[in-house]
Design a protein. Sequence first.
Length: 275
Amino acid sequence: MTGVPDITLNNGVTIPQLGFGTFQIPPEETRETTLAALETGYRHIDTAEMYGNEKEVGQAVRDSGLDRDDVFVTSKLDNGAHAHDDALRAFDRTMDDLGLEYLDLFLIHWPLPDRGDFVETWRALEEVYRSGRVKSIGVSNFQPNHLRRLLDNSTVVPAVNQIEVHPYLTQDAVRSFGAEQDIVTEAWSPIAQGKVLDDPAITRIAERVGRSAAQVTLRWHIQRGDVVFPKSVTRKRIEENFALFDFELTEGDMGDISALNRDERTGPDPDRFHG
C-alpha cells in the first residue's frame, strides 16, 4: 500500500486522492515547487486564478516530462467573474495562462450569493464542460443550502465540493450532504494552517506510529475518504506529505482525531463571505 489511490467522480473521471496545493505559493516559486512535487510522485495539482500562479503551474506540468494525461490539474473561477459571459472569458484566460490543451477540473471558487446568481455561473461551467475543454466541473466552499439550490436548477451535478476541513472543523454535515448527492469532498487547509500540529491527541498518535503530526493528520483525511492537497515550498516537507500510504490509523485514532472538532475555521465562513 504505497501508491496514491484514485477516487472515481460521479461522471466516471478519476482523481488522485492526494494532490499538491499551490495556495499562497508566490508565482516566482511555483514552478520549482510544483516540479518538486511532480518529481516526488504527486500527480494532482490544485491552483486558482486568484492565486496568481496558473502560468507557473502550467509551465511545471509542461516541463515535467510527464504525459499530460498523467497529471490531474484543477483551477478555480475568480470571484469577480460570476456573470455568465465573464465566467466564460475567465475560463479562457485560465486556459491561456496554464497553456494546457484541456483542464481536468474547474470550480466555482466561492458561492458569493450577493455577487450574483451562482446558478447562472454554473450554467457557464456546464457549457464549458459540454465543450470538452474541461473533464469535470465542481464547486468550492458551497454549503448544503447553496448545493440544494444548484441541484434544483441545473443538469450537471458538481463532481466535487472543495471546502475547509481539518480536525478542528470536521464539516460532517457538508460532507454527508455531498455523499448523498455523489459529490466528492476535497479538503483545503487540511492541517488548519498548522494549528492542529501541537494538539496532544495528534502528537500522541504521531509518537506511537512513528510519524509526524502532519502525516497523521493527512492520513486521517485519507482514511475519511476525502481528497486532500497539502502545500509546502520545501522539498523535505513535500516528500513527507506524500509518504502517507505505508501506515494506517486505527479506528480509535480516527475517532480521537474527529472528536477534536470545534467548528473552528481558519478561512471565511461561506455564508458570510462576500468576496
